[in-house]
Ligand binder design. Structure first.
Ligand code: HT7
Ligand code: ZN
Length: 891
């Protein structure tokens, strides 16, 4: 396989203006007739037409209705004798394909006896020969024909213009999409489906039909998805003035899907995980995820579909921007400022535990990559989450209103086009002349071109006599593959000062700034070093730096424990308040890990930390969701990232000891917290009540841990009762995980009961599998349990959700269970990567990334991990997907 380079981009030699597709749907042999009108691109030298195709049987090619000569060059169909000049000509291609055998779930495939498509990024070429690249945008007409009894619902993009019966029990439907689109946004669905429908009237008075299609029997789980869709339509109009541009907007759920969902024009296809919810089967986290994924896909209708990417290197143009928009959407739906902060902390946690390691590992790449072998491998947390942070910084540098103006200009300039990240940044800057973004644009764009996470060093000096406080900043960024040295970034640092003794918010008068005083100050660091001085500072302050996580950087400031305790108690910025607690816990963990003594037992958290946690837990005004975040220790993965050499077992032991210490030292407080926060009232997934459930669930987890330690039977018994009596899945699942996580014997009957209750609910069974595969390892029991789960009648490696629930939960989310001194976890991983690769290379390549950070491991893990990677790399017929990941890891 060869790498594709961004610098090699050339415009297509032909444009495709219209596409008329006819499908005769049949699971084993679907016939596809593709009639296109094309014309030569006058801006590109005359050349043959090369159409992409994959696993297709070609039957016929006609140009302007006549047979023509053609040849195959690898996977490409090459047509050399095409009409000269730039006049349009017609091209007709007839192919067949076998959707039933399509286990890759790219192109046209069968799931539960229905047909679905997935075309992003390069799946359309598995349906017909085409210029399968995002800068070729065409108008589509689609006719679907199928057996009426088996496939009563026939859907495609746009508007249904005709439908009716055919001979032999077949029927047809004809769809016309009123918007031109790239091939990756094409979709069709056919099957036995039912829909929840909602008619809405937009602000501009236009009427729309919203539909959520699911399998019969799942209709009672579609209300939340529909509510989320209506909220998304309203939000995009209100916040960005972007209305729904279609008469009909459809969401369809499938249980076989490689990712979360897909924004096909007017016909979004979703993983069932991000559609189906009722209080009996879905947790609060599921409800929140559905809201944000429904929002995300809907927002793509403008950011991605109306303006799309010129090439796949620009993927973050649509993904980073759309993640930013879905994050803002979810925050804007929070009535309470504290709930907004909780959402921000959760987003930052994802960034730091998943994207920062990616940026420091073998798959590190810029937000706009320079090359790739397999584009599917670049649907990464860097493109999505770091990309969203880059957009967020643009908003910070131009203001919320300024950014909205920038978006308006972006649509004025580029609606209906395929463009680049540069085009986007330029539009935002041009709409905000004089802003820090406009003044520093070329330098700001290093966020797109340089990989790696910048580190910001900060130091403060207080001059009591002059009553000034100066903050000195430096920045650096470690080399990444192909980028040995980095140039300085533009880093917006939102900061404040908290009185070291008083705990008060201090007024900020910048020495060279405007006369006014602020409680928050935005300082933009754009050189290798910079400093700012504040005057009228009457007591030595504690700086609160990078409020709201205003830039995706690592901040190094040598806080004393006392300073962190001050911020934890007083910082008005909830993000930094939480961050102070995390820093304290991290510091303690790292000290324990480095200590020679056996960490088991003691925990090592000092009295001041325990007391601070008690005050947070008992705080009269802080909300429950925030408390739960503060009381959650940094994850094993996050701790590992802070170390140069990683012993995963030692990290696991230290963190477990810290958890046990929190459980026992705060036992009375956990009892209080449970009693004060659990309730049995009507279920609502709003942030306030889900926060209460999260804190009550955390209390049960700690109470079970303490009980196992002391041998007390009361709380485990109560938890089992709670598990049985719960009136919603959040409470039930929290109780079950408290039992499983503590290793209490009652977990066994509870798990059996849970399985029996939900044996027909695929998404709940995924939770059941994941809980067991991700449980804390005590003496190496998890791997045998995982092997056992693979033989369970309900397990199937072919279903991505099920494979993720067992294999990924173990290999990627259970470091204590996976990194075994006997290397058996790695052997299991290698076997599963190779097994999955022959079924579904995209899913296999995701799993392959579980060993990304192997070079940091201490021996014997490091050696064993290298051997496992080498064993996979040595496999002869590996997919490009997995090969790219393992080769980069071993390089
Ligand atoms: N834009 C969608 C990407 C996607 C995808 C990519 C590769 C393989 C399968 C896929 N399914 C969906 C998802 C999104 O960001 O909205
Ligand atoms: Zn997306």
């Amino acid at each position: 396989a060869t790498a594709i380079h961004r610098a090699d981009y050339v415009a297509p030699a032909y444009w495709i203006d219209t596409v008329d597709l006819s499908f005769d749907l049949d699971p084993t042999k679907t016939r596809v007739l593709n009639k296109m009108t094309l014309r030569r691109n006058p801006d590109v030298a005359a050349q043959a037409l090369r159409l992409d195709g994959e696993e297709l049987n070609l039957a016929r090619v006609l140009v302007n209705g006549q047979g023509t000569s053609f040849k195959m060059d690898g996977n490409q169909l090459v047509l050399e004798n095409l009409p000269e000049g730039t006049e349009p000509f017609s091209l007709e291609i007839f192919t067949t394909t076998c959707p039933a055998k399509n286990t890759k779930l790219m192109g046209l495939y069968v799931s539960n006896d229905s047909f679905f498509t997935q075309c992003e990024a390069e799946g359309f070429r598995r349906i017909t020969y085409f210029l399968d690249r995002p800068d070729v945008m065409a108008m589509y007409t689609v006719t679907l024909r199928a057996d009426k009894a088996k496939y009563p619902v026939l859907l495609s993009n746009g508007n249904l213009v005709e439908h009716g019966d055919l001979d032999e029990g077949r029927h047809f439907a004809k769809w016309v999409d009123p918007h031109k689109k790239p091939a990756y946004l094409f979709a069709l669905v056919a099957g036995q489906l039912v829909a929840r429908e909602q008619r809405i009237t937009a602000r501009n008075g236009k009427e729309h039909l919203l539909q959520v299609y699911v399998r019969p029997g799942d209709l009672d789980k579609t209300e939340h998805a529909m509510n989320s869709l209506m909220a998304s339509v309203a939000w995009d109009e209100a916040r960005f003035g972007l209305p729904l541009d279609l008469e009909r907007f459809m969401i369809v759920a499938t249980s076989d899907f490689n990712m979360g969902a897909m924004e096909n024009k007017g016909l979004n296809i979703f993983n069932t995980k991000y559609v189906l919810a009722n209080q009996a089967t879905a947790t609060d986290v599921d409800y929140a995820n559905i809201e944000s994924v429904v929002g995300h896909e809907y927002f793509h209708n403008w950011t991605g579909n109306r303006i799309t990417c010129r090439d796949w290197f620009q993927l973050s143009l649509k993904e980073g921007l759309t993640v930013f928009r879905d994050q803002e959407f979810s925050q804007d739906l929070c009535a309470d400022p504290s709930a907004r902060a909780v959402k921000r902390i959760e987003d930052v946690r994802v960034l730091r535990t998943a994207q920062f390691p990616e940026d420091a590992g073998p798959m590190a790449h810029p937000v706009r990559p320079d090359s790739y072998i397999e584009i599917s491998n670049f649907y990464t947390v860097t493109i999505y989450e770091k990309g969203a942070e880059v957009v967020r910084m643009m908003q910070t540098l131009t203001s919320r209103a300024g950014f909205a103006k920038g978006m308006t200009l972006y649509f004025e300039r580029f609606d209906g086009q395929a463009v680049t990240c540069d085009d986007f940044a330029q539009a935002i800057a041009d709409a905000n002349p004089g802003s820090a973004l406009a003044n520093l644009l070329p330098q700001f764009k290093r966020w797109y071109s340089q990989a790696g996470t910048p580190r910001v060093g900060a130091r403060g000096t207080y001059d009591a006599e002059a009553q000034t406080y100066t903050l000195h900043f430096t920045q650096s960024c470690a080399p990444t593959s192909g980028q040995p040295s980095k140039q300085p970034y533009v880093i917006p640092i939102l900061l404040g000062l908290v009185g070291g003794t008083s705990g008060q918010t201090l007024a900020l008068h910048a020495q060279d700034g405007p006369g006014e005083a602020y409680s928050n100050y935005l300082f933009v660091v754009s050189e290798e070093s910079a400093s700012i001085t504040f005057t009228h500072i009457q007591e030595e302050p504690v700086p609160s730096i990078l409020r709201g996580f205003s830039a995706p950087v690592v901040l190094d400031f040598e806080y004393t424990d006392a300073q962190l305790l001050t911020l934890l108690a007083n910082d008005p910025d909830p993000f930094n308040r939480w961050e102070a607690g995390q820093r304290l816990a991290l510091r303690s963990a790292i000290k324990q890990i480095a200590a020679h003594a056996d960490p088991a037992g003691a925990g090592g958290l000092n009295d001041a930390y325990i007391a601070a946690m008690r005050s947070v837990l008992r705080h009269p005004t802080l909300d429950a969701a925030f408390k739960e975040l503060v009381l959650t220790l940094p994850s094993e993965t996050y701790i590992a990232e802070q170390l140069d050499v990683v012993d995963p077992q030692r990290i696991h032991t230290v963190r477990e000891a810290m958890r046990l210490q929190l459980a026992t030292a705060l036992q009375v407080d956990w009892e209080w917290a449970y009693e004060a926060h659990h309730d049995n009232g009507a279920y609502s997934p709003d942030p306030l009540s889900s926060g209460r459930r999260a804190l009550a669930g955390m209390a049960l987890t700690y109470l079970c841990l303490a009980a196992v330690q002391s041998g007390d039977a009361v709380w485990p018994g109560k938890v089992l009762q709670r598990f049985k009596d719960a009136s919603n899945m959040t409470d039930r699942f929290n109780a079950l995980s408290a039992l499983v996580g503590s290793g209490h014997a009652l977990a066994v009957p509870a798990l059996a009961r849970f399985h029996a209750m939900f044996k027909d609910e695929a998404l709940v069974l995924d939770k059941w599998f994941a809980l067991q595969a991700g449980a804390p390892d005590r003496g190496g029991q998890i791997l045998p349990a995982v092997r056992q789960l693979l033989t369970h009648a309900d397990f199937s490696i072919r279903n991505p959700n099920r494979a993720r629930s067992v294999i990924f939960s173990y290999c990627s989310a259970n470091p204590g269970g996976f990194h075994r001194p006997d290397a058996a976890g790695y052997v299991f991983w290698a076997d599963r990567v190779m097994e999955l690769d022959s079924i579904n290379p995209q899913v296999a390549a995701r799993l392959a990334r579980a060993l990304d950070r192997w070079k940091k491991l201490a021996d014997p893990y490091r050696n064993a991990a290298r051997e496992a990677l080498a064993r996979v790399a040595a496999k002869a017929d590996l997919s490009n997907d997995v090969r790219e990941v393992v080769d980069r890891a071993l390089a």
